[in-house]
Ligand binder design. Structure first.
Ligand code: LLP
Length: 419
């Protein structure tokens, strides 16, 4: 479900024509729909009712403060993996008690910042991190709430590079270690051991591996309680996939919630989730203009003004994004194109041999389902401006990230003073 539709022959985001945005703001530009963001959050949250859950939006999926603020106003928390993401969440209006801090490489400064901020929970990924956090908490005379991140050795996800739950990835500790470290944390006067956390991968389209991991979590919570240790929270991570193209739809939030409720039936414990992609993915498009067409003996190439620096997912995960012309196609024959960007890399190829309505220089196209891991992974590679972002609400839109132009980038650099 999203709010990008053709109206009067032009692709619109809610009540705003993407053509109008391209004219006023230029391209490439990300365009997000407030209504889609809100709807996805609400549907997810409501799927678990009446169970009260913390739905912490994974900021890594879309870190724009306007996007986070749209969700925070609805009650969303934030799942963060750096001090920068915690600060973004705070600026966007997420209260500290709804912020989860995860990640394998938290520095001492970042841990101290999180403790001072009073975040909801710090997800600890190793015994070394636990020891460091204990010392930091002692020195700050604080008692942060922690969870141990478990690696249940259950892999899942749309691509090897986004599978986090296999035993040989860098994430979390084994089940046996987690039980041991939880006991260690529980007896630490400077730590408040609250729970366990898990996240097995991203773009997951099958509930089976999630269910397996969640059953393991339940079993662990019960073992800890049987051993006399209190545990009142389980953080079940993110990972639910979104439909990128015409394939069987991923499980719905309702199906996901039914599975979760089944697994945790009768267990009195607080649940948290960290969805990123399923909240923001379908809520955004990348709008780009055709620079020109290039003829080749095989198929014509469409050269766009968006490149892999603006949307890197196809280049690094072979990801598929739907491409729609902003002018509604009249329904005639389609042409097979390769669609590329202007970057000097062979990998700057969005798609090969894609059947699309005929395109010409100057046409606008939208990459669909680009609201998650699009702008957050963008760069200035090839000395390009950093892509702009726009948020739509109803028939209004605002630029929520200005294009970061070269002159502003150069202001941070200098030629050394030596001769
Ligand atoms: N929680 C943790 C601990 C995570 O590592 C992740 C994603 C999430 C939550 C959010 O997962 P989601 O609900 O969005 O699947 N750049 C890649 C995706 C990397 C995901 C990494 N972790 C992509 O563009 O597909």
């Amino acid at each position: 479900m999203n709010h990008f539709d053709y109206r009067g022959g032009v692709l619109c985001c809610e009540g705003v024509s993407l053509e109008a945005i391209a004219e006023a703001v230029g391209t490439p530009v990300y365009v997000y729909s407030s209504a889609t963001l809100e709807r996805h959050y609400e549907v997810f949250k409501q799927a678990f009712a009446p169970r009260d859950t913390l739905v912490a939006f994974a900021v890594k999926a879309n870190a724009n403060i306007a996007v986070i603020n749209t969700l925070a106003r609805k009650g969303a928390g934030a799942d963060t993996v750096s001090q920068g993401e915690i600060e973004r969440a705070l600026v966007a209006g997420v209260p500290p008690e709804r912020i989860i801090f995860s990640g394998v490489g938290k520095t001492e400064d970042e841990l101290a910042f999180a403790v001072k901020t009073g975040v909801h929970q710090i997800n600890v990924e190793s015994i070394a991190e636990l020891e460091t956090l204990s010392q930091i908490a002692a020195s700050l005379n604080a008692k942060p709430s922690i969870a141990i991140r478990v690696n249940p050795d259950v892999g899942a996800g749309g691509h090897e590079k986004i599978t986090t739950g296999k035993g040989d990835t860098k994430f979390g500790v084994s089940i046996d270690q987690a039980l041991q470290y939880y006991g260690r944390a529980h007896s630490d006067p400077h730590l408040h051991a609250r729970g366990l956390a898990v996240h097995i991968g991203s773009q997951i389209k099958d509930l089976g591996p999630l269910e397996e991991a969640f059953k393991a979590m339940r079993g662990m919570a019960e073992r800890l309680r049987a051993a006399g240790l209190s545990i009142d929270r389980l953080d079940l991570g993110g990972g639910l996939g979104v439909p990128y193209f015409n394939e069987p739809d991923p499980p719905t939030p309702a199906e996901y919630a039914a599975m979760v409720n089944r697994v945790f039936d009768g267990l009195d414990i607080g649940l948290a989730f960290e969805p990123g992609r399923m909240i923001a993915g379908n809520a955004g498009v990348l709008l780009s203009r055709v620079i020109r067409l290039q003829e080749r003996p095989t198929r014509p190439i469409v050269v766009l003004d968006a490149g892999m620096n603006d949307l890197i997912r196809p280049a690094i995960y072979d990801a598929y994004h739907g491409i729609k012309p902003v002018r509604e196609p009249k329904g005639g024959a389609e042409t097979a194109y390769d669609v590329v960007g202007p970057i000097c890399e062979t990998g700057d190829l969005f798609t090969r041999n894609r059947a699309l309505p005929p395109l010409e220089a100057g046409d606008l196209v939208a990459f669909m389902t680009a609201g998650a891991y699009g702008a957050t992974m963008s760069s200035t590679y090839n000395a390009r401006a950093l892509v702009a972002e726009v948020l739509v609400r109803g028939d209004k839109y605002e630029i929520v990230r200005k294009r970061w132009e070269l002159k502003d980038q150069l202001a941070l650099e200098q030629i050394p003073s030596w001769e």
